[in-house]
Design a protein around this ligand. Structure first.
Ligand SMILES: *[C@@H]1O[C@H](CO)[C@@H](O)[C@H](O)[C@H]1NC(C)=O
Ligand SMILES: *[C@@H]1O[C@H](CO)[C@@H](O)[C@H](O)[C@H]1NC(C)=O
Ligand SMILES: *[C@@H]1O[C@H](CO)[C@@H](O)[C@H](O)[C@H]1NC(C)=O
Ligand SMILES: *[C@@H]1O[C@H](CO)[C@@H](O)[C@H](O)[C@H]1NC(C)=O
Ligand SMILES: *[C@@H]1O[C@H](CO)[C@@H](O)[C@H](O)[C@H]1NC(C)=O
Ligand SMILES: *[C@@H]1O[C@H](CO)[C@@H](O)[C@H](O)[C@H]1NC(C)=O
Ligand SMILES: *[C@@H]1O[C@H](CO)[C@@H](O)[C@H](O)[C@H]1NC(C)=O
Ligand SMILES: *[C@@H]1O[C@H](CO)[C@@H](O)[C@H](O)[C@H]1NC(C)=O
Ligand SMILES: *[C@@H]1O[C@H](CO)[C@@H](O)[C@H](O)[C@H]1NC(C)=O
Ligand SMILES: CC(=O)N[C@H]1CO[C@H](CO)[C@@H](O)[C@@H]1O
Length: 782
């Protein structure tokens, strides 16, 4: 077995004495006919970098393997960032020498010489200098200070990239720099992994590629002019700034350290690519800052052809209009076969291109030159094998036309680092498109409401009922304006929502709500009494709800104690029934999209009524649709809606699950923090559910009911409704039968881990909450 000796102190003591007379002191430069050993290493002037020797001593073979090493602060093998003779280790007695012919390492005992650099001509006044950047440079003293090097270690990276060290190609030197892992920790011989900059088709689509014995493991890119497509981990961060340079003389990637100059990019023997930082306590030498290939989606083509990797609990999905080739294997997490189109291609002008946003671009792209986007599309359409295209808009007049001639491999969802890609699809029946712009013109509201018992009120009656919309009568505000309490002449209490004319979005929501809710009649939905259009002013009139909105009750420390378990269970059941009606029993399928505590109103008997249909949509069938305008409320939105804009009845089911857990616990999901576990309300519910302590979720401010199964059943339903994959969630009909027939504990469906925010997603969490949400609130306010 080989044991490692970091310093050959004894050996080097011997040769150092022999060579002392002509060796250099502790300096950063070596001149002609000087030597270095570990007793007089080269040290950069900032003392950060050292050149000396490190290696192994094998006691069985009684041989040394000694390498010239450039290390951070020391020449311990763990500190090494560059090696001079990794292919040709020498014996115990080794020195580095500089002559006019170049420089070499020499085994003093055997006389073996390994040249590190030997130019074709002699250099009159050679210098080898270790710069503060960690670059070891060689040149003639007359030219060295001007930065003219005949050789530099930065051109020969091994397993480490220091800040400023380039990965890529240089026309002048003909060098293509790549990184190569060590064979094992401590053995710098070439290992299995190679990181290189692949220039792509025509040198136009550079991407970083990690290979193991020439097989692709991971890739970052291609570079789209701003970023490596899908390479979120390589984007500008607090620790470093990535630099990509491309012109006719050179194409390379490098980085600049921001806070800590000891930052390095390292490729370890197991193929881990990591940013590391020097631990000044020197206990572990390097600390991890960021690992670039840790996630399952970092592995090449995890989801097979046309599959999209998503970094979620269930890692793979298919793009719109595609399904898994073998759904059974897919459910078993075997994604090798990927996805296929629902409708096969026609290969004529009849095919269309469907835009998919936020995707890491697939591998094996082809560059078709600078073209206008419409020309790029037409050219792709004319080519049978062309399955997708994209444009890199590099300058205004035109753009890089990039196409894929064959299957799309290695896509990944990445909202921030992703790109738009246009995928070729058969132009069959057009998919269901959310009717976001199909709002009826104002004057047709009356026509729409014909045949309903909705009243057209007079604006003067509403003004009188609400004291001319006085502030003292204001009870809340919803998506499109304020809500006022009023009393009609006949004594009927009403709630009047007045459209805020300043909100453009309000116009759509107003009409949408009137149109939708007028046709919905259920005891657990708010009842629309009437509307009023007066010039540009618009009003909707509802029945008044004495107990305001649910959030004012269950999240309020004082009031929530008064809402006992039977009332809470009743509220949960009532909301569920209202949703069954919307999803399944009314003429159309209505998806609410913004179900939350503040949109559930309570009448004087605490009967819940779902309100605020400003974002709701109706469909003829139970469908899943995609929108580019994700609106809803943070804390209640399902992952597929929040991340991809997909919504369906199952996204309402998800919101219902959150709401159920909130009602049981009296805690608001969006701001919930458990003192010990930062896993959110759903995560906490899941944790104690698994530990058999789910009852602890029950609001401690109320009495435990005799029948704990009711509480556990609601928690069970809540967790089932919060499943990450929409198909794993029950329908509202199933939910009601679980709740009503108290069958939940007999229900043999064991939930998988639900979707919840984990500790690590804190930053994305706040980003998401900022991102394009329209928070609607129609609530009573005291
Ligand atoms: C040095 O000479 C060798 C053979 O004489 C030749 O192959 C090589 O290209 C030369 N190198 C340079 C940098 O000129
Ligand atoms: C120094 O640089 C000059 C100009 O580039 C060049 O002509 C000369 O050969 C260089 N000297 C050495 C020793 O390389
Ligand atoms: C280094 O040591 C100091 C003092 O012992 C300690 O406070 C600090 O946390 C250590 N830093 C690291 C990165 O371990
Ligand atoms: C494609 O087929 C799958 C499974 O049959 C279906 O769930 C999906 O809605 C279909 N998509 C479209 C756009 O037709
Ligand atoms: C994955 O699925 C493919 C085909 O569907 C099959 O050939 C292969 O054996 C499966 N792999 C595993 C590990 O089950
Ligand atoms: C392709 O489209 C044409 C024109 O709509 C149609 O006549 C033809 O049947 C389609 N072929 C296939 C294979 O779908
Ligand atoms: C765009 O402009 C650049 C510089 O003016 C020019 O070189 C290039 O040919 C133009 N590209 C197109 C597609 O017109
Ligand atoms: C109500 O207020 C409007 C202006 O805000 C005013 O013009 C109108 O006279 C008021 N009507 C009553 C009945 O107070
Ligand atoms: C609900 O309203 C009724 C009638 O106004 C009232 O008696 C009751 O206390 C309210 N309940 C809660 C929990 O506030
Ligand atoms: C018609 C209907 O299903 N109404 C339900 C509304 O909610 C209450 C609970 O608060 C149920 O008891 C009703 O059955």
């Amino acid at each position: 077995m080989a044991s490692m000796l970091s310093l050959f102190t004894i050996c080097h003591l011997f040769i150092s004495i022999a060579l002392y007379a002509c060796s250099a002191g502790a300096t950063d430069s070596l001149f002609a006919y000087q030597f270095i050993t570990n007793l007089n290493p080269l040290v950069s002037s900032n003392h950060n970098f050292v050149i000396g020797f490190f290696g192994y001593y094998s006691s069985t073979l009684r041989v040394c393997k000694t390498y010239l090493g450039l290390g951070y602060r020391s020449v311990d093998s763990r500190a090494i960032v560059w090696v001079g003779n990794e292919l040709n280790p020498l014996g115990c007695f080794t020195a580095l020498a500089l002559t006019k012919e170049g420089f070499y390492v020499k085994d003093i005992v055997l006389g073996t010489t390994v040249w590190i650099h030997k130019p074709n001509r002699t250099v009159p006044s050679p210098v080898l200098k270790l710069l503060d950047s960690g670059n070891l440079v060689f040149g003639d003293s007359s030219n060295l200070t001007a930065g003219e090097y005949l050789w530099q270690s930065f051109d020969h990276p091994l397993h480490t990239l220091l800040p400023g060290m380039k990965l890529g190609w240089d026309k002048k030197t003909g060098i293509d720099r790549s990184m190569r892992s060590w064979r094992t920790e401590g053995d710098p011989a070439p290992g299995d992994y190679l990181l290189r900059l692949d220039l792509g088709d025509s040198g136009q689509l550079p991407q970083l590629v990690l290979e193991k014995n020439q097989r692709m493991q991971s890739r970052w890119g291609p570079w789209d002019g701003e970023k490596f497509s899908g390479g979120y981990a390589l984007m500008d961060s607090h620790a470093f700034r990535p630099i990509f340079h491309s012109d006719t003389d050179a194409i390379f990637f490098t980085f600049e350290a921001k806070e800590d100059s000891s930052l390095i990019l390292s490729l370890n023997p197991d193929g881990k690519l990591q940013f590391l930082r020097w631990d000044n306590n020197a206990t572990n030498f390097w600390d991890e800052v960021k690992t670039l290939n840790m996630a399952i989606c970092d592995q090449y083509s995890t989801c097979g052809p046309y599959g999209v990797c998503t970094d979620g609990e269930f890692p793979c999905e298919c793009p719109d209009g595609f399904t898994a080739v073998s759904p059974e294997e897919w459910d078993k997490m075997n994604f090798t076969e990927g996805c296929r189109r629902n409708t096969s291609l026609n290969y004529t002008d009849n095919d269309v291109f469907v835009k998919n946003t936020g995707l890491k671009l697939p591998d094996k792209a082809t560059y078709w030159g600078m073209l206008y986007p419409q020309d790029c599309e037409q050219k792709c359409l004319n080519e049978r094998s062309c399955m997708a295209y994209t444009n890199f808009n590099i300058n205004g007049n035109g753009s890089k036309c990039v196409v894929w001639l064959g299957d799309l491999l290695d896509m990944r969802r990445s909202r921030i680092a992703g790109n738009d890609i246009f995928i070729r699809m058969a132009n069959g029946k057009p998919g269901v498109i959310a009717p976001e712009n199909s709002i009826a013109p104002e004057n047709s509201i009356g026509a729409l409401l014909q045949g309903t018992d909705v009243i057209a009120y007079d604006s003067s009656d509403l003004a009188a009922a609400t004291d001319n919309f006085s502030l003292s009568n204001k009870i809340g505000h919803g998506g499109f304006g304020n809500v006022y309490k009023g009393v009609l002449e006949n004594g009927v209490e009403i709630a009047v929502k007045k459209q805020d004319v300043a909100l453009r979005q309000g116009v759509e929501e107003f009409e949408n709500e009137v149109k939708l809710i007028a046709n919905l009649q259920h005891r657990n939905l708010t009842k629309l009494l009437g509307y009023c259009i007066h010039g540009i002013e618009k009003f909707v009139v509802y029945e008044f709800m004495a107990n305001k909105s649910l959030d004012k009750v269950i999240f309020d420390a004082a009031r929530r104690a008064t809402v006992a378990w039977p009332t809470r269970l009743n509220i949960i059941k009532g909301i569920a029934r209202g949703l069954v009606y919307m999803h399944h029993d009314s003429r159309l399928t209505v998806i609410h999209r913004d179900l939350k505590a503040s949109n559930v109103l309570l009448d004087s008997e605490m009967t819940p009524k779902i309100s605020d249909f400003g974002l709701a949509r109706e469909f003829e069938d139970d469908v899943e649709v995609k929108t580019h305008r994700v609106a809803g409320t943070y804390g209640y939105m399902s992952p597929e809606y929040m991340q991809a804009g997909h919504y369906s009845t199952k996204s309402d089911v998800f919101s219902f699950g959150i709401l159920t857990l909130e009602i049981v616990s009296g805690q608001r999901n969006s701001i919930y923090r458990h003192p010990t576990y930062d896993i959110g309300l759903v995560g906490y519910a899941w944790k104690i559910w698994n530990e058999g302590n789910a009852i602890e979720l029950l609001d401690p401010l109320i009495d435990k009911p005799d029948d704990l199964d009711e509480v556990l059943g609601c928690i069970h339903v809540g967790i089932l409704c919060c499943q990450r994959r929409s198909q794993d969630r029950p329908s509202m009909v199933q939910v009601v039968s679980l709740l009503e027939e108290n069958e939940m504990l007999k229900f043999n469906c064991v939930p998988r881990e639900p979707y919840f925010y984990k500790e690590t997603s804190q930053s994305s969490r706040s980003r998401e909450s900022m991102n394009g949400l329209s928070i609607t609130e129609f609530t009573g306010r005291s």
